[in-house]
Design a binder for this molecule. Structure first.
Ligand SMILES: [Zn+2]
Length: 316
């Protein structure tokens, strides 16, 4: 990997100048991306029942060559008959069933000890190990791997002991916030123009993928297999299929999650404190200082909200 040249490019602003979502990769090595999805739950979401939500999401994958994703289960949200039936739908379709803890604790909080956190991790493992597509991948809630060296390394040792690996996100984004804004606006105005929301969401997700792909290129001088963060929510139930199509239109290869996690980049363990966020961002920060790798605007809540409200006000 060439982290030194990455720093040089960053200081010259190269990353910021290459964030155009319309970049086409058709004539070069195609960048690759897999879908990962967090926090399945049993509640209705806006106008969709929970059944409609899961059916829409699963259809988006089956319609795309039976694409396989990694589902990160926060077991506390699905510890019921109804919840098990929901996870069973993903399991039967061959999606990876992975650990996202039982209680979704924030490991950066001083109030959360390693003892509590590790017990919570094992509680989720007991829940998911009954599914046939169970895989030993752990995604830290809120992508927070620890606020002290001791806590971080204790969890890393526990994952090793249980033959687990970190189910890293490489492409972070604000799908969760767009979903919240969408549901708020729909509550106020059920005739909201969904086309505007779709375009905003698709553009946002593609931009975030382009940012992290560019960052990975600078770090490794190759296309790293990317893992996109998404959540089990209304905005993805409505538009994830459109997003997958747009990735393909732009020359990306949308790949199965097990293939993505075979990339050696996922063996990395960034040596920074606090640790977390996108793996690519953490590796970039490991190679320099936190200040040199600012969060992309798409991860700034005020910015995303402002842009969202402007987008939905547009007329067609
Ligand atoms: Zn989560």
């Amino acid at each position: 990997m060439n982290r030194r040249s990455f720093l040089k490019c960053l200081s010259s602003g190269a990353v910021a100048s290459t964030l155009l979502p319309s970049i086409s990769f058709a004539d070069t090595d195609s960048p690759e991306i897999a879908i990962t999805m967090d926090d399945p739950h049993t509640l209705a979401s806006g106008p969709l029942s929970n059944d409609q939500l899961s059916n829409n999401i699963l259809d988006a994958f089956s319609r795309n060559n039976n694409l396989k994703i990694a589902l990160f289960v926060n077991a506390g949200r699905v510890d019921s008959e109804e919840g098990k039936a929901l996870i069973d739908k993903f399991d039967s379709a061959g999606h990876m069933i992975c650990n996202h803890s039982y209680s979704h604790y924030n490991y950066h909080s001083d109030r959360i000890t390693y003892k509590q956190y590790s017990e919570d991790f094992l509680r989720c493992d007991s829940y998911i190990k009954l599914f046939k597509s169970y895989r030993r991948l752990f995604r830290y809630p809120l992508l927070r791997e620890g606020n002290t060296l001791e806590k971080r390394d204790q969890m890393r040792a526990l994952l090793d002991k249980h033959s687990y690996r970190n189910g890293y996100v490489t492409v972070d984004n604000s799908d969760w916030l767009i979903d919240r804004l969408l549901r708020n606006e729909l509550g106020k105005d059920p005739s909201l123009v969904l086309e505007n929301v779709k375009q905003f969401y698709v553009k946002h997700m593609i931009e975030q993928a382009a940012i992290y792909n560019e960052m990975a290129q600078k770090l490794y001088s190759r296309n790293v297999k990317q893992t996109l963060l998404t959540h089990f929510n209304l905005v993805n139930a409505l538009f994830l299929g459109d997003l997958i199509k747009e990735f393909i239109n732009l020359g990306w290869e949308v790949i199965d999650a097990p293939e993505a996690y075979s990339d050696p980049v996922f063996m990395e363990k960034p040596d920074i404190i606090p640790t977390g966020d996108s793996l690519i961002k953490a590796l970039a920060r490991e190679s320099t200082s936190f200040d040199a790798i600012p969060d992309p605007p798409g991860e700034n809540e005020d910015f995303v909200e402002r842009e969202f409200l402007a987008a939905i006000a547009e007329k067609h």
